[in-house]
Design a protein around this ligand. Structure first.
Ligand code: ADP
Ligand code: MG
Length: 674
């Protein structure tokens, strides 16, 4: 699978087949030696020269060539941009954290000193920090207070091919900052873009036709296998494939499986561990390592550690291992062909509700996944779909900005002081309708008002932009003092901001149901979660209690962190922090007032209709309201699988919805009834 065009416009590294990296762990080498063995190393001097001369450049190179870990160090070591901080942005927090850790190790410094990271709800930097890994969302937040990004001398926009909303917005913000700094004779800002895929013309065009620098990585031949028949259950297919390989291949060959999210990864991990215990003794032991965004840093690092000698490492990962994190020793890739992503909702014409869907990957993603098997030696990729299915995949992933809800983006742009939001210089412009819908939503939430042709932030909108939350959640939080339940709303929003705190091992379904019974609230999932949180606090987060009650104590720990940070923002905004201990109706009323755009109404035939889009939706079977079917609910998100499911529901009164947004519902309900 060769994807790099020969004949680089600038320089190329020739393949040196004799220079394969030794298997880390089985033949450990020093980190310095590892640095020198990276594909980027031979062109270090050339790279540094380019970095010194150019103000904009696009770097492309195969995953694992050393772009992310080395280029920031080259800059620092060559004294480029020493007056300020070098920022390296990542779409994912787990990547930012683990890469900062790696670079700190290579530079032999304590993390948080010279090398640090900043991600949502966590800042490990100090005044000494010069190399700062951060999520693109965090740099955007910083730009609100400092639109010229004066603290930085270099911004590296990494993983640009991912085209997340944040990356795309950041592109515009950074480009504007660079231009303005030159105009105002301030210290110039260098902006470099890094990508693992070839389609970088757009980046180059956008950044003043900047040169494209091409780094050839090491890529060994990869044998691709397809299934003969389409698979109805990709998890089952993955399980079978893992054990097929496990029983046939030498144990030093590790397996990387691409899946969609935490829940299915944890479930499959448990199944694999169970099965591997019962295999014949001739079979090697198996070390199963999960990898997904919300995994705490210490656990993330486990993917880099070699499995005990004689044991096979099986990594179950989301698309994070596609390009942002490189793991050594992978010989086999199993690609389910699926990914969880935000989706444009064709049924309603415009994506208004947050829809998170498990969907097929693009061809570009499938090739990246396969590539992970051939970094150190020839490898194999097992695609759990047929060749026909592959041929029907989209070529590229559509940039997120063209398929998602833009309300947060518009709010953030307004908070950044962007004068003409509707005409912001996006690299790929979202459709004018979706921009207008976003403005409409914000105006329904009271965050913006229109004056003549201008869209202006209201005082409410200004406060909403202070929270690292979706607009509807920050709105809910901001109005909670009216209902005297800010403490409860803080808890609920924190619980919804992390991956599920509920642990549901399928094999112990009955035990789970029995343990959970005492927390279940007939008022819905939010209230049930609140009950669990309160019980958790009562026992001061006792681990034993968590185990008995099937509560994920790790995710609960995150909830506490998130909650305390959101609470700090509330305090800064002088909000009254009251608690509505016994009266949960108040809390539900507050949720109705904040989440009214995610409301659904029960119809006579037992189906629900989302009031905003008039789309038919169902209650997700995991909801505590699955049987109850109340007349009106608000929900947290929609999940598209075979049907469109509402997840995390709260029982509400129709009256509350009306009092929350009378105009809006007058329109909506009339339309539904007709
Ligand atoms: P690129 O950005 O070009 O994909 P990276 O700079 O991320 O490449 O990775 C270069 C090398 O650093 C890889 O060989 C990878 O194995 C190693 N590496 C990166 N992070 C870690 C880590 N946390 N632990 C061990 N090795 C790592
Ligand atoms: Mg990288």
């Amino acid at each position: 699978a060769k994807r790099f065009k020969p004949g680089s416009p600038f320089f190329r590294l020739d393949k040196k087949p004799g220079m394969l990296l030794p298997r880390v762990g089985h033949a450990p080498v020093s980190v310095d030696a590892q640095r020198r063995q990276l594909p980027i190393y031979p062109s270090r001097t050339q790279v540094i020269n380019q970095l010194r001369q150019l103000h904009n450049a696009v770097f492309i190179g195969e995953t694992g060539s050393g772009k992310t870990t080395q280029i920031p160090q080259y800059l620092y070591e060559a004294g480029i941009g020493r007056q300020g901080v070098i920022a390296i942005t990542q779409p994912r927090r787990v990547a930012a954290i683990s890469l900062a850790g790696r670079v700190a190790e290579e530079k032999r410094v304590q993390l948080g000193k010279l090398v640090g990271y900043t991600v949502r709800f966590e800042d490990v930097t100090s005044s000494e920090t010069k190399l700062k890994f951060m999520t693109d969302g965090m740099l955007l937040r910083e730009a609100i207070g400092d639109p010229l990004l004066l603290r930085y001398t270099v911004v590296i926009l990494d993983e640009a091919h991912e085209r997340t909303v944040h990356t795309d917005v950041l592109f515009g913000v950074v480009k504007a900052a660079q231009r303005k700094r030159t105009e105002q004779n301030k210290i110039p800002l260098k902006v470099f873009v890094m990508s693992a895929t070839m389609d970088v013309d757009l980046f180059s065009q956008y950044f003043n036709k900047s040169p494209v620098l091409y780094l050839e990585g090491r890529q060994h031949p990869i044998q691709i296998y397809y299934t003969k028949q389409p698979q109805s259950d990709y998890l089952q297919a993955a399980l079978v494939s893992i054990f097929q390989i496990h029983q046939e291949a030498p144990p030093s060959h590790d397996i990387l499986v691409f899946m969609t999210g935490q829940e299915e990864i944890e479930a499959l991990a448990r199944t694999c561990r169970d099965i591997s215990k019962h295999l014949p003794e001739t079979c090697a032991p198996m070390t199963v390592v999960p990898l997904y965004a919300s995994l705490p840093p210490t656990q993330q690092l486990r993917v880099f550690q070699p499995a005990p000698k004689g044991s096979r490492k099986v990594i179950l990962s989301t698309n994070i291992a596609e390009t942002s994190i490189t793991i050594s020793g992978i010989k086999y890739v199993i690609d389910t062909g699926m990914v969880k992503a935000k989706r444009y909702n064709p049924e309603s014409g415009l994506e208004v509700l947050a829809v998170l869907a498990v969907q097929r990957v693009s061809k570009a993603q499938a090739w990246q996944r396969a590539g992970r098997a051939g970094r150190e030696d020839a490898g194999s990729c097992y695609r759990l779909y047929t060749e026909d299915e592959f041929d029907n995949l989209a070529n590229m992933t559509v940039p997120e900005i063209q398929r998602c809800n833009l309300a947060s983006v518009v709010l953030q742009l307004l908070a950044l002081g962007v004068p003409d939001v509707l005409n912001f210089d996006f690299m790929s412009k979202p459709s004018p309708e979706s921009m207008r819908t976003a403005v409409d939503q914000l105006s329904i939430l009271g965050a913006v008002e229109r004056k003549d042709d201008q869209v202006l932030l209201t005082p409410m909108g200004k406060k909403m932009a202070c929270f690292p939350l979706e607009p509807r959640f920050s709105k809910t939080l901001l109005i909670s003092p009216e209902f005297c339940c800010t403490e409860e709303v803080l808890t609920i929003i924190s619980l919804l901001s992390v991956d599920s705190v509920l642990y549901n091992p399928p094999a112990r379904r009955d035990d789970v149901l029995a343990a959970r019974k005492k927390f279940i609230s007939s008022e819905g999932d939010h209230m049930t979660l609140l009950n669990i949180y309160r019980a958790f606090r009562k026992v001061s987060g006792n681990k034993e209690w968590c185990r008995e009650n099937f509560v994920n104590s790790r995710n609960m720990g995150l909830v506490l962190e998130v909650r305390s940070q959101l609470r700090d923002i509330c305090i800064k905004l002088n909000m009254k922090l009251e608690s509505s201990l016994s009266d949960l109706a108040n809390v539900r009323r507050c949720l109705a007032h904040g989440l009214f755009m995610n409301a659904a109404e029960l119809h006579l035939d037992g189906s629900y209709v989302a009031l905003d889009t008039h789309q038919t939706v169902s209650i997700h079977p995991s909801s505590v309201l699955f049987q109850a079917k109340p007349a009106y609910v608000v929900f947290n998100e929609l999940l598209h699988t075979s049907r469109c499911y509402m997840r995390d529901l709260c029982l509400v009164d129709a009256d509350w919805l009306h009092e929350a947004a009378p105009e809006y519902f007058r329109r909506k309900l009339r339309a539904t009834k007709s």
